[in-house]
Design a binder for this molecule. Structure first.
Ligand code: HEC
Ligand code: HEC
Ligand code: HEC
Ligand code: HEC
Length: 467
């Protein structure tokens, strides 16, 4: 299947040579080892911009991605050929905070288990703080690389490049791997680091590496336009793996002079692979190999790939740490207007008994139990939508201190009811579609339509209250 997307004018001036976007459901056998590679080739797996996404939450069907599935796919590919080079573009965590610190360590340990060769440092990695980055660089077997950041510290183990040696038949190929972060993506004044213009910092490295390597790959943590600029400046690169904000790898594969530029995708929902076949000589007679692209695949990580037990174990440890550190108690809370408080469903039931008894049998009422079943009841990111008022004072705190606020209660939609309980005023609690969409947003409830969904849970008519 050949797919060329032309509506993005930024890419128009470039010649899109070919795009072999093989979604693997049309190409299943290659993942199960029936196929043997016919020619000497270098195989690359590239991922990046996990942005804190560890695995599908299970909120809706057909969610893609996750580290446990990724590991299974990597293992299958390695069965076919052990010479895979795994590369990470950068940005393991999502936002700054304790939960993402633990996530970052968890993802890195997973990359370690999968035997990644290199992790390029992205701006989100840096924003977690140099101390954490240094610690992680010490405990991990994955090489941290950056060709254009001066970290100004001895503690951080980071290399400007690495060279991987790959044996193919009688030859040994030397693959140079470099990595940059676009200075535009980071404000380096707030950290004690210096991010240098990649065009400047790559020059001496490349003149040194060109003779020592056969193939050169750049992990370019930059907007695709900036990655293309680097490829135009340095045709020495055979392949540039780029970011940023493009959710699927592979789609915008382009060729710039002799360099392929390919985006990495987001949140690890797809796994990108590339096979480069080196030709023995260059047309200009120089010694380096000249590589050409034989295939690139974009593999959606769906339920065909079972969860790897080793990574599942890492994720269990992650949940345990959230519990041990009591992160749900550390959630940032905002105040409520005019001293309103959440009072819980039991109070509402006194006067709105019929609605309450109906609600008890909806899935909203058992939303907390859902988290218990999947072992996420200490995970603030899940608790937020599966309980009542987590991000407000007097809202859900822990199951012991606020048992009446578990699940999606009356006040999730109607707001804190302390005042209404006293006044029984009719102007309390207008609930409309916007309220639903706080939780039923696209990622967690892609099929949400107000009309259909409300019909499923519509309140019964209440008899005259107190009448
Ligand atoms: C932004 C709000 C939101 C967040 C955050 C969230 N969920 Fe959900 N979850 C929902 C909604 C809404 C549904 C119902 C979706 C639907 O049916 O359309 C749901 C459904 C589910 C279901 C399916 C229940 C069933 O019986 O089918 C599971 C399991 C689940 N969530 C687990 C989690 C876990 C685990 C997390 C944290 C990793 C999480 N959720 C985070 C909103 C959220
Ligand atoms: C002491 C009795 C009492 C309690 C407790 C109570 N309500 Fe009410 N509620 C009323 C009365 C009375 C009305 C007005 C009914 C009417 O005039 O139609 C009302 C009206 C409402 C309305 C409708 C407003 C409208 O648009 O007409 C909502 C929504 C509501 N209550 C939700 C709640 C929720 C949620 C709780 C618990 C947090 C709660 N109520 C607790 C008595 C109560
Ligand atoms: C505080 C977050 C939150 C809000 C607000 C919310 N929901 Fe939900 N909703 C959930 C969660 C979480 C689930 C899944 C519960 C489970 O099964 O564990 C869910 C499930 C449902 C389901 C069941 C889906 C199914 O396929 O059976 C319906 C229907 C629904 N919600 C409708 C609505 C409507 C309509 C609104 C707005 C009036 C709304 N929800 C507001 C969190 C929310
Ligand atoms: C998922 C969101 C949601 C939850 C949870 C919810 N409601 Fe409502 N409720 C609504 C919406 C939306 C309306 C407005 C319906 C309309 O305009 O037709 C409403 C209307 C009402 C009304 C006024 C109209 C009526 O049907 O009498 C009352 C009273 C009420 N809710 C009470 C409650 C009580 C009590 C609970 C908890 C037991 C509760 N609601 C839970 C969404 C919710």
């Amino acid at each position: 299947m050949i797919r060329i997307i032309s509506k993005h004018s930024a890419f128009k001036p470039l010649i899109i040579v070919f795009i072999l976007l093989v979604l693997s459901n049309q190409n299943d056998n290659s993942l199960y080892g029936n196929e043997t590679l016919s020619e000497p080739a270098i195989n690359i797996i590239f991922t990046g911009e996990e942005n804190g996404y560890l695995e599908p939450c299970g909120c809706s069907e057909k969610e893609l991605g996750g580290l446990p599935r990724r590991h299974t796919l990597v293992n299958r590919l390695r069965k076919k050929d052990e010479n895979w080079i795994l590369l990470s573009l950068g940005d393991l965590p999502g936002k700054v905070g304790r939960q993402d610190e633990i996530k970052m360590e968890t993802i890195l340990r997973a990359l370690d288990q999968m035997d990644y060769a290199a992790h390029n440092i992205g701006e989100k990695d840096i924003n977690m703080g140099i101390d954490l980055l240094s610690y992680l660089s010490q405990i991990s077997n994955v090489d941290f690389i950056s060709s254009n950041i001066d970290f100004n510290t001895q503690v951080l183990k980071v290399k400007p490049y690495i060279i991987k040696e790959i044996k193919i038949k009688e030859t040994t190929l030397k693959v140079g791997i470099l990595g940059i972060l676009s200075p535009e993506l980071i404000d380096d004044t707030c950290q004690d680091i210096k991010v240098i213009d990649p065009i400047v910092s790559l020059k001496p490295l490349l003149s040194n590496l060109s003779d020592k390597t056969d193939i050169l790959i750049l992990l370019s943590h930059a907007e695709i336009e900036d990655s293309i600029k680097i490829a135009e400046t340095y045709p020495e690169f055979d392949l540039v793996i780029s970011g940023h904000r493009i959710d699927r790898p592979g789609i915008y594969l382009t060729k710039v002079k002799s360099t392929y530029v390919i985006p990495v995708g987001e949140k690890g929902k797809y796994l990108g692979t590339i096979t480069l076949s080196p030709k023995s000589t260059r047309t200009d007679g120089s010694k380096r190999f000249n590589s050409y692209l034989s295939t690139t695949e974009t593999i959606p990580l769906d339920e065909r790939f079972e969860d790897s037990p080793a990574i599942e174990m890492l994720l269990k440890i992650y949940q345990q740490r959230l519990k041990d550190e009591e992160l749900i108690k550390r959630v940032f809370k905002t105040g409520l207007p005019s001293n309103l408080t959440f009072i819980g469903n039991d109070d509402c039931a006194v006067c709105h008994n019929k609605i309450f008894r109906h609600w008890e049998n909806t899935r909203h009422a058992s939303a907390y139990e859902t988290l218990l079943k999947v072992g996420h009841e200490y995970d603030p990111e899940c608790i937020e939508c599966h309980t009542t008022g987590l991000s407000y004072f007097t809202g859900f705190e822990t199951i012991d201190s606020t048992p009446g606020l578990k699940g999606v209660g009356c006040e999730s939609c109607h707001g804190p009811g302390s005042n209404h309980k006293e006044t029984q005023s009719k102007d309390y609690g207008k609930a409309e579609v916007e309220i639903c969409e706080i939780c039923h947003e696209n990622e967690h409830s892609p099929n949400f339509q107000f009309k259909d969904y409300w019909q499923k849970i519509i309140h019964p008519l209440e008899e005259e209250i107190g009448g």
